[in-house]
Design a binder for this molecule. Structure first.
Ligand SMILES: Nc1ncnc2c1ncn2[C@@H]1O[C@H](COP(=O)(O)OP(=O)(O)O)[C@@H](O)[C@H]1O
Ligand SMILES: CC(C)(COP(=O)(O)O)[C@@H](O)C(=O)NCCC(=O)O
Ligand SMILES: [K+]
Length: 242
């Protein structure tokens, strides 16, 4: 039994896996890390390994006590991946993006895949049918857009995400919602059209904390799976056990 931990820039997502079955999902803030991991290990006594993927530099001291009683694997640029990394700066590529590319490669073999992860940032990652990771894009996520409109202007309010009623926002709040939410959905649909100009066929996987919210407003058919990164982390762990 495996505990997979995805440390993003906003939240920590943890999942317990028995082979490829997700038994439990826990989402928490970084400051709750120790207590939450201890809670999970007490609840699932059969966990024998922990695998961690972190976008930032890991403070591994959190795991020092745990390392005495359980094996912990940190996915890094030195881990094994089932794709050829054609990124020209492979050592700066986000570990989260490499894990997403691994899941797309293993779960959807022999085809072009585009993974869109709508989290703190919206990341786009493309793996072609020959299992070559080509790269993609990094764009501000929903929260980042609302917060930057508030933080870098004199008068704009900080809003919680909501669907705009119209393209033409008829109030300050509606204008902000239209700019943020329509901006993102048009960006995503626009990027997909650009990829279609280069690749006749590819599948699209949408994940991240805002996947469900955005999926409803996207024109293109996509696989929306908010647990895709955790599933991919489980598969990355298995791939590194061979
Ligand atoms: N309870 C929540 N707390 C924080 N963000 C949330 C929550 N529920 C949904 N979200 C949305 O999820 C996004 C973060 O998604 P996530 O994939 O966890 O980010 P990351 O992996 O970058 O930490 C936020 O931008 C926010 O819009
Ligand atoms: C772009 C990211 C911040 C996305 O992180 P997230 O939205 O998942 O918190 C992360 O993938 C990252 O730090 N990437 C490093 C730069 C690169 O991928 O080229
Ligand atoms: K992301």
């Amino acid at each position: 039994m495996l505990l997979a931990i995805d440390i993003g820039n906003t939240r920590i997502k943890a999942a317990v896996f028995e082979d490829n079955t997700l038994l439990d999902l826990i989402i928490f803030d970084k400051k709750e890390m120790v207590e939450k991991i201890e809670f999970i290990l007490e609840k699932f006594l059969k966990i024998t390994s922990i695998v961690v993927a972190s976008v930032g530099n890991m403070d591994k001291s959190v795991f020092h006590t745990l390392e005495k009683k359980i094996s912990i694997h940190f996915i890094s640029h030195e881990s094994q991946f089932p794709f050829a990394n054609l990124y020209t700066t492979p050592k700066t590529l986000g570990i989260d993006r490499m894990v997403l590319a691994t899941g797309a490669t293993l779960q959807f073999p022999n085809q072009n895949r585009l993974v869109i992860d709508a989290g703190t940032c919206i990341t786009y990652d493309f793996v072609d049918e020959d299992n070559r990771y080509l790269g993609g894009a990094i764009s501000p996520g929903i929260r980042l857009r609302y917060e930057s409109l508030h933080q870098f202007t004199a008068k704009l309010p900080l809003l919680n995400k909501a669907y705009p009623e119209y393209v033409i926002g008829n109030s300050t709040e509606e204008s902000i919602h239209s700019g943020v939410v329509n901006g993102i959905t048009l960006e995503i649909d626009g990027f997909i059209e650009q990829y279609k100009a280069q690749y006749a066929k590819f599948i699209i996987i949408l994940t991240g904390g805002d996947a469900e919210f955005l999926a409803k407003r996207l024109k293109n058919t996509i696989f929306a799976n908010s647990n895709f990164l955790l599933e991919s982390l489980n598969q990355t762990f298995q791939y590194n056990q061979k």
